[in-house]
Design a protein around this ligand. Structure first.
Ligand code: FEO
Ligand code: CA
Ligand code: CA
Ligand code: CA
Length: 680
């Protein structure tokens, strides 16, 4: 085997300044090429994207809101998997959502779209822009481009047949009109973060799926069973409207399914769509190399608002660990530990989905509790746990019920409510586990209601930010927490933790807010995407910010972190309403230096930076620009391009429309002009 590439210990580039420009900024000496944008055709016969709202056939085009992304190397002749393939490969790209106002995805329709009842042609487009792309990318004469005619290209949408795998397969909770046996489901939805298995498949996390479904007023009484508790816990109270109103587009199954109210006579959900919601919220495994392989929802990893799925280091003879977060205010951090021990020969398995069956369909699901002394505990979510078995709020029937209602089980065992766990990522040599906690507008010194969360050691900040357009409260800027498993074992049930970085504006209060002493070259807010390069060891941090966009568009930073426990204990003092002091002690990692944390990229207006993947040689970084120009303000503004907040990437010369183009989510290929490794 070739020697492992040397990690980068001092970032070599010059930091990029904060920017409000409608462009992508990268360091001097780097080039960011746009290679794959919303609507790009994926077959030889699909017409070029006009980008004027008249395009159709999105089952054969790039979807919208590019999000998490994984790179899978190909051999030079393009015929087979090559884990070292760095000039030709496949990108599996999540298409999370679509820019939306009052049910309409305005940039997809010539006139901005029509409110309920939705025209079927509009609903069809909006459904098809969700899901996944698999697209071949290739470097020719130093220039990356996607391959329009590649036989690997495909889309997975909310209508693609998938299998339900693992302990929930066949359970009464997932029996639907579509699959009365509870073994199949249609498609995947609101795909946010990703992961890559050690055997070379894509994992995609279903995040904010609940909002796509409507539930009628009065449905609580119509159901009259414990499913109401589950629906309320997962964000679908009766009377909730759907995000797009697709259920109004017709009586056909692909529209009717978005109404999950009880309308049939059966008691098991097989003559209506009442269980449809239980078929979303999973980590889904896809083999990017094989269109014929089954797509599987891996239910053993639990059901919640999934972000990424990041594997702990593979250690021979130990089980695998998969780390996951649930992105909602006050939700939890999870770990799955496989029953099977790792066999290194499986890294080259010829039947990758069968290997997924081996490792991802049987195991234990844990949730994290963070203690004030810098330790923590993984609590197993098992029906045999009396806190779960005797939980007063919800009567769990079996272990499948625990997995489908993982949030309720985690409530039952008293897990720590976190500041919105977004991506997690595992350091490629230390195995330490990093989680972005993007922000939490409900974190308070003194909670005033059950929906607010009291500051604690692991979520220690609550403050008010009064700059910009709006006053924001809570943990406004977010932080990145990290964990070290006891004994460096994947099956550990205890860990130690500290905070790698606290997001903050440079110059803000150093004892209460800017605890990581960030400078103007390093300051950021609302960390979201998080990804470690296996080549360079760089920690790539991407932002999705609502609190700092008065100063700068969203960004990406490169970090060279230390280790858990390399910093100090900090004390935050808060004054309660009765004038007494609340002191919270937290653990802050060693402050970054000018060469261990730098801003690398700033995106165009209204975008979020998300999705990060790299060629194995470390010389090309793929990054996604999600939803530029998403704040159109009013659907009527679609008639006047001067009112579009962004014209990227048309204004950068990509695709039709030029400087007045409708904005498009897109993938970048970033290279160093001297051919070196990115970040060096
Ligand atoms: Fe889709 Fe939580 O970001
Ligand atoms: Ca995210
Ligand atoms: Ca986010
Ligand atoms: Ca977003």
């Amino acid at each position: 085997a070739p020697a492992a590439p040397a990690p980068i210990t001092a970032l070599g580039f010059t930091a990029v300044p904060k920017s409000l420009a409608d462009t992508v900024s990268v360091p001097v000496g780097y080039t960011a090429s746009i290679i794959y944008a919303l609507g790009d055709p994926l077959t030889a016969t699909t017409p070029a994207y006009r980008n004027d709202g008249t395009d159709t056939d999105f089952e054969n085009r790039a979807g919208d809101h590019h999000d998490g992304m994984e790179y899978f190397g190909l051999s030079a002749d393009g015929t087979r998997r090559d884990v070292n393939g760095s000039e030709r490969g496949l990108l599996a790209i999540n298409h999370e959502a679509t820019s939306n106002l009052d049910v309409r995805s305005y940039y997809l329709h010539a006139n901005g779209g029509t409110v309920n009842p939705r025209p079927t042609a509009e609903a069809d487009k909006e459904i098809a822009v969700h899901g996944i792309s698999v697209v071949e990318v290739r470097k020719t004469n130093g220039q990356w481009a996607y391959v329009q005619t590649s036989a690997f290209n495909r889309r997975v949408t909310p209508l693609t047949p998938v299998q339900i795998a693992g302990p929930v397969r066949g359970n009464a909770l997932v029996r639907t009109l579509y699959s009365t046996a509870g073994t199949a489901a249609r498609g995947t939805l609101n795909n946010c973060g990703t992961g890559q298995t050690p055997w070379g498949t894509d994992l995609t996390g279903e995040e904010n799926w609940a909002g796509y479904f409507t539930r009628a007023a009065g449905d609580d009484a119509a159901r009259g069973d414990k499913s109401v508790v589950s629906l309320n816990r997962y964000g679908r109270a009766q009377g909730s409207a759907s995000r797009h109103g697709w259920e109004t587009a017709g009586a056909a199954d692909q529209y009717a399914r978005w109404n999950i109210s009880k309308t049939g006579a059966s008691t098991d959900g097989t003559d209506d769509y009442r269980n449809e919601l239980n078929t979303f919220g999973y980590i889904v495994e896809i083999d990017a190399y094989d269109k014929t392989a089954a797509i599987k929802k891996r239910t053993a990893l639990g059901r919640f608002a999934h972000e990424s799925a990041s594997f702990g280091l593979q250690r021979a003879g130990q089980p695998l660990a998969v780390y996951m977060g649930d992105d909602s205010r006050g939700e939890y951090i999870y770990k799955f530990v496989s029953t099977a021990n790792w066999d290194a020969a499986d890294a080259n398995s010829a039947n990758r989905i069968a290997t997924g069956d081996k490792y991802l369909d049987s195991g234990k699901l844990y949730v994290a509790r963070f203690n004030a002394d810098g330790t923590g505990t993984w609590i197993e979510l098992d029906i045999a746990n009396t806190a779960i078995a005797n939980y007063a709020t919800y009567d769990f029937a079996d272990q499948a019920d625990v997995l489908v209602n993982a949030r309720l089980a985690a409530d039952a065992v008293g897990a720590t409510k976190m500041d919105r766990p977004e991506w997690c990522a595992v350091h490629p040599t230390t195995g330490e586990i990093y989680y972005t906690l993007t922000n939490n507008s409900n974190r308070r010194v003194e909670p005033a209601s059950g929906s607010q969360h009291a500051v604690d050691a692991a979520n220690p900040r609550a403050y008010t930010d009064t700059k910009g357009a709006a006053t924001q409260s809570g943990n406004v800027n977010g932080h990145i927490i990290r964990m070290a498993e006891t004994g460096n074992t994947n099956a550990a049930t205890t860990f130690s933790w500290d905070v790698y970085l606290f997001g903050a504006e440079a110059g803000s209060n150093a004892t209460q807010i800017n605890l990581s002493s960030l400078t103007a070259d390093q300051d950021f807010s609302s960390p979201d995407g998080l990804w470690f390069s296996k080549n360079t060891g760089i920690c790539w941090i991407q932002t999705d910010d609502g609190a700092y966009t008065d100063v700068t568009n969203c960004m990406m930073l490169a970090g060279v972190p230390g280790r858990v426990g390399d910093g100090t204990v900090a004390t935050l003092n808060y004054t309660r309403a009765d004038s007494t002091t609340l002191s919270i002690q937290t653990r802050v990692g060693r402050a970054p230096t000018a060469t261990t944390l730098k801003r690398f990229l700033v995106g165009p207006v209204d975008c979020e930076l998300t999705g990060c993947a790299e060629t194995p040689d470390g010389k090309t970084l793929f990054v996604n620009i999600q939803h530029p120009g998403e704040n159109l303000g009013a659907v009527a503004n679609i008639a006047n391009p001067a009112l579009y907040p962004s014209h990227w990437p048309g204004n950068a010369g990509y695709g039709a429309g030029g400087a007045t183009a409708r904005p498009r989510s897109a993938t970048l290929a970033i290279t160093k002009n001297d051919g070196g490794r990115v970040g060096n």
